[in-house]
Design a protein around this ligand. Structure first.
Ligand code: DC
Length: 217
């Protein structure tokens, strides 16, 4: 009998801190990490590079099927090119939000995400990890924070990466993206019915990590 590797899903909106928390939890448990947003971002980056119409579902699926994505620590490669920074720009985030609303694009990326499910376990970070991609996950977390706190976090993150942005503009973009991500007909951003919701507005990453580890114990 082969054991099914355990899965912890961490879903939530942009800037809720789920990327940071997912990577801390994965490191602590020495489990694999899936940053599903990066997978969607790579697809959007490739679409932008190819000057594609971002509503051309069929063309996007064809493009996605031919893409080679590699993940090694913090580094993300698309067809051998290091796109770790390029996929984090506001322009790429905007394009990602658009293509991720397309059902065929989501279906085309499903198996790539599920391929991360390996021993000894997986921490999966995204929007629909607990609802669609890994509905049987052992522990499901939905991490959230207020829009202003999330805009400030994104601002600091971008600054660290040498990308300039305005906090007001980021908050407006976050609100628009939330609206689109929450209201799309396929895999909308919402907590799984069995998810544990954590508001991280006034918690440090270590506080959140402690809460999760406590719960796991
Ligand atoms: O988590 P992130 O900011 O890197 O995600 C970028 C975009 O990708 C965001 O607009 C939502 C979308 N996304 C998605 O639709 N489903 C996922 N599982 C992960 C990200």
């Amino acid at each position: 009998m082969s054991a099914t590797p355990p899965i912890i899903t961490i879903d939530g909106p942009a800037g809720s801190g789920k990327g940071t928390i997912a990577s801390m939890v994965a490191k602590k448990l020495a489990w694999h990490l899936l940053d599903s947003g990066a997978i969607y971002r790579i697809a959007a980056y490739a679409a932008l590079q190819n000057h594609m119409d971002l509503s051309d579902e069929r063309g996007l699926v064809q493009l996605i099927q031919g893409l080679n994505m590699e993940f090694s620590g913090e580094q993300v490669l698309c067809d051998g090119e290091d796109v770790s920074l390029a996929i984090r720009t506001p322009e790429c985030a905007e394009a990602t939000s658009k293509i991720s609303a397309l059902p065929a694009v989501r279906a085309a990326l499903l198996e790539r995400q599920r391929s991360f499910h390996k021993l000894p376990g997986l921490v999966a970070d995204g929007r629909d990890m607990g609802t669609v991609v890994f509905p049987d996950a052992s522990v499901k977390i939905f991490l959230t924070a207020s829009p202003s706190v999330r805009a400030e976090r994104r601002y600091n993150q971008l600054r660290q990466q040498g990308i300039s942005a305005s906090i007001g503009q980021l908050e407006r973009e976050i609100n628009i993206r939330d609206e689109r991500d929450s209201n799309r007909p396929v895999a909308p951003l919402k907590p799984a019915t069995d998810a544990w919701v954590i508001d991280s507005s006034y918690l440090s990453p270590n506080d959140v990590l402690e809460q999760i580890l406590h719960r796991l114990r």
